[in-house]
Write a protein that binds this ligand. Structure first.
Ligand SMILES: *Cc1c(COP(=O)(O)O)cnc(C)c1O
Length: 344
């Protein structure tokens, strides 16, 4: 099936994930929402509490190793799952890692700055830097360059994992491959899907999966739930990633503008900030299925899925795949914010 992805085999890849991840039924949550919900357990990709970033980082670490790098430099939010998984991958490969923590979420307490992914990255031995302006992606990347320059002067060979647009979306290749994994599972289980619902942040997961599904001739709706920026801005980003993927893989453009579906109705008040619909979704998934979601990402995605089912953008009874992209370590950093919703 992966032969349908053009030059994909030309990209170096370090295996970091335990694959395939399961697709599970969620009967009690399905009954609550009014659709037939299936859950792709990419929270269980294995490495260091897992999540979608293990699939993405396989290609960045592949490129880093190909260049002969001995040190990784990466940026993300304070409670970034990306940098936590990168720190674990670096440990496993015997590389040094320098992580930049961006202050993207206003008014957060000491727990947020010490617990969850921060604690895990510290245990993994990451060198940590702080960056004050979490909305300045180009500035964050420039600061990474400065860190890398200093490392080079110290005789290291750093590899930068960039954040801002303008770089080939290597991480999205992990989700092009995930599309083949999902299609094989659907075929083996004789299942059909009407819709896939997924987080849309950097957009690597959304664009990669959408591109991969369309390249395999799958035409189900793919709903990206905005977790970082509004639907108009995110639409541009996903379109650009899909065009970049076609170029990187020497393939036709398989994604049309009308394929890019985005919902930003659960984003407010902004990235990483809990809202009531998200808190309700986190509690509901836990109490129906024993399934943990997180405030910045999967909780918002479930809240978005519920909103799309409620207004019948997703039809009643539809077969829907929710991609659980991980992020559960961040739950521990949001204890005070969640407290109000946790009464029985
Ligand atoms: C990073 C992340 C996302 C968003 O994925 P992108 O590829 O950046 O769009 C979703 N869920 C979790 C748990 C994440 O850590």
């Amino acid at each position: 099936m992966t032969s349908k992805f053009g030059r994909l085999a030309d990209y170096a890849r370090v295996p970091l994930s335990i694959l395939p991840t399961a697709i599970e039924a969620a009967p009690r949550l399905s009954a609550e929402i009014g659709v037939n919900l299936l859950i792709k357990r990419d929270d269980l990709t294995g490495l260091a509490f897992g999540g979608n970033k293990t699939r993405q980082l396989e290609f960045y670490f592949g490129a880093a190793r190909e260049e002969g790098a001995d040190t990784i430099v990466i940026t993300g939010a304070v409670q970034s799952n990306y940098v936590r998984v990168a720190a674990a991958a670096a440990a496993r490969l015997g590389m040094e890692i320098h992580i930049q923590a961006e202050e993207r979420v206003p008014d957060m307490d000491a727990l947020y700055h010490q617990s969850g992914n921060v604690l895990l990255s510290d245990i993994l031995g990451a060198h940590r830097y702080s960056y004050a302006d979490g909305e300045d992606e180009a500035g964050a990347d420039a600061a990474l360059q400065a860190i890398a320059d200093k490392l080079r002067a110290d005789g290291k060979r750093p590899y930068i994992v960039p954040l801002a647009p303008g770089h080939p979306p290597l991480g999205a290749l992990g989700y092009v491959l995930a599309a083949a994994e999902i299609v094989a599972q659907l075929q083996a289980g004789d299942m059909n899907l009407d819709a896939v619902v997924i987080a849309s942040g950097s957009g690597f997961t959304h664009a990669g999966l959408l591109f991969g599904l369309r390249a395999l001739g799958q035409n189900m709706d793919v709903h990206g739930i905005c977790v970082r920026r509004n639907a108009a801005a995110q639409f541009q980003r996903i379109g650009n990633h899909c065009r970049d993927l076609a170029e990187m893989l020497s393939m036709e453009e398989v994604v049309e503008d009308s394929d890019i579906k985005l919902f930003d109705g659960v984003l407010a008040p902004g990235y990483g900030q809990l809202n009531p619909a998200t808190a309700d979704a986190i509690v509901l998934a836990a109490r129906c299925e024993g399934l943990f979601l997180d405030p910045p990402y999967t909780g918002k995605v479930m809240a978005g899925l519920m909103a799309l089912a409620a207004d019948q953008t997703i039809a009643p009874g539809a077969d829907v795949l929710f991609v659980h992209t991980g992020g559960t370590p961040a739950l521990f950093a949001y204890g005070p914010q969640l407290q109000h919703w946790t009464q029985p």
